[in-house]
Design a protein around this ligand. Structure first.
Ligand SMILES: [Zn+2]
Ligand SMILES: [Zn+2]
Length: 121
């Protein structure tokens, strides 16, 4: 397994990821994967590899990956679940969270609420 404090040769990294040595070499040369140069050899720390892997995780929308957060147009909080949203701006249709609908009785997003207020004044 990947150990943060350990040094890996490019061959080992390639084997760990199940890709070719050439690919890893290219990633190091292009700077995509951080590596140490020791003489003519490259060494990748487990930590750098973990960082690289974390950054290369594909969101995978098409494969039903992490849902995009839904941002309440009144309070600006973001919600992961559609269930937290219980209304929408009656002008532009932006989502409004349940607490804004129930507690603030919000019927419009912040922008349109302000416009409505101005209109009254
Ligand atoms: Zn809200
Ligand atoms: Zn609106």
């Amino acid at each position: 397994m990947l150990e943060a404090g350990k040094f890996y040769s490019l061959e080992e990294v390639a084997e760990l990821l199940g890709v070719t040595y050439q690919l890893i070499y290219k990633l190091v040369r292009t700077g995509e994967l951080a590596a140490l140069r020791v003489g003519k050899m490259y060494r990748v720390t487990g930590e750098d590899l973990q960082i690289y892997l974390a950054n290369s995780r594909v969101n995978g929308k098409a494969q039903g990956g992490l849902p995009q957060p839904i941002i309440c147009s009144v309070c600006g909080r973001s919600y992961v679940s559609q269930l937290s949203i219980s209304g929408e701006c009656e002008v532009c249709g932006l989502p409004i969270c349940r607490s804004c609908v129930e507690l603030k009785k919000a019927r419009r997003c912040e922008v349109h609420e302000l416009e409505a207020e101005k209109g009254k004044a």
